[in-house]
Design a protein. Structure first.
Length: 374
């Protein structure tokens, strides 16, 4: 319980007891009596003992505390008798609360009263210095806490959240498969954007809020979003066998996959493309098969550009035009990429198309020496 909760609890109690007709000497209960009731209920000697046990708060309670300490440090005393001072202080607090209650002053109005009093007593300069020191003491230490974890970001990327830059050069998120219909407002930092995307993902029920605190659940959800029905290597069949052999207690397929990946070296040790544990032949996070495939795709792209820009008429004669080509062919251990090209002869329109070979050398991501042979 903090001071605000104490206050609302006392207010509720007072409202209820007043409604039930409880009065003292014909007068309805005041909030201060309600404070005493809450204190008794909580097992404290009186409300001051209860208040002393409450956590520090900002707002009016802090202001009152600062003022009291400030006044005390300024030597503001009513009497030199410590007991009399305490009693007078207690009476003063009661009086102050009763006044606040009667006039229904809110925090703002109470602060105005306090400031007025402090100024009237000529204590404002001292109070200002005191408050300044107290604020420095209580100033929160800036902590650079990440709003979202790397694992959360991996999940968000897997389900399609991406960071874009607005026309004001500020980051925001978009759901890539939603044609920009689902998008956030602008934020100041990328971290805030991911935090907002996470809230959005939870709201859309892409993920249970609890996954935030469960790395295995989060990883399982990320895997499912990435692979869809089944992982490329750790199959549902293998999982079923592991369950049957009681090698696993994990009842969720994707949690089992996540655990398999972790026990076999983590994501870095698996092909990012097909999911198999990495061998020595691949590169860039891909296995050797996927590396060869992507090299072949790249080679075909380069050969296609060379084919489309090649001047067949210069090589064969202006009466020849290209009609079509067959698929690209590779020779293992050779940079040559070639295909069969069908050409028509304008001088012999009745004859069937003739065949030539188009070849280009692809070395280190560059295509060179395009040529045709018969
Ligand atoms: Zn692979």
């Amino acid at each position: 319980m903090n001071a605000t909760q104490l206050k609302s609890r006392a207010a509720r109690l007072r409202a209820r007891l007043t409604a039930m007709g409880f009065t003292k000497a014909g007068t309805p209960m005041v909030i201060d009596q309600a404070f005493e009731l809450v204190a008794a209920e909580e097992g404290y000697r009186n409300q001051h003992a209860l208040r002393a046990s409450l956590p520090k708060e900002t707002g009016i309670d802090a202001a009152v505390a600062i003022f009291a300490r400030g006044a005390a440090s300024a030597g503001y005393r009513m009497s030199s008798d410590p007991l009399a001072v305490d009693q007078a202080e207690d009476a003063g607090v009661l009086q102050w609360h009763a006044a606040c209650n009667r006039a229904a002053w809110n925090d703002e109005a109470q602060i105005l009263q306090l400031e007025g009093f402090i100024a009237q007593k000529g204590l404002m300069s001292e109070f200002g210095a005191y408050a300044h020191a107290a604020a420095l003491e209580e100033a929160p230490v800036p902590v650079t806490k990440r709003l979202v974890t790397e694992e959360q970001i991996a999940f968000l990327r897997a389900v399609g959240y991406e960071i874009c830059e607005s026309e004001y050069k500020l980051p925001y998120w978009e759901l890539e498969w939603d044609q920009g219909d689902a998008a956030s407002e602008d934020f100041n930092t990328i971290d805030e954007v991911w935090a907002d995307a996470w809230r959005d993902a939870v709201r859309r029920q892409f993920i249970a809020p609890a996954a935030e605190h469960s790395p295995i659940m989060l990883q399982a959800a990320t895997l499912e979003a990435t692979w869809g029905d089944e992982h490329g290597y750790y199959s549902r069949e293998d999982w079923g066998q592991a369950l049957a052999l009681r090698n696993t207690k994990l009842g969720l397929y994707w949690e089992w996959v996540a655990q398999c990946i972790e026990t076999n070296g983590g994501n870095e040790a698996h092909c990012e493309n097909c999911g198999v544990p990495l061998d020595d032949g691949g590169c860039d996070g891909k296995c050797s098969i996927c590396t060869n495939q992507s090299n072949a795709v790249q080679a075909a792209d380069l050969a296609q550009v060379a084919y489309e820009t090649f001047d067949f008429q210069a090589a064969l004669g202006s009466n020849f035009t290209v009609a079509a080509r067959n698929g690209w062919e590779y020779t293992s251990g050779s940079p040559q990429v070639s295909c069969t090209v069908f050409v028509e002869n304008a001088e012999a329109p009745a004859e069937p198309t003739s065949k030539v070979r188009f070849t280009v050398d692809v070395i280190g991501g560059v295509a060179s020496n395009p040529r045709v042979t018969s």
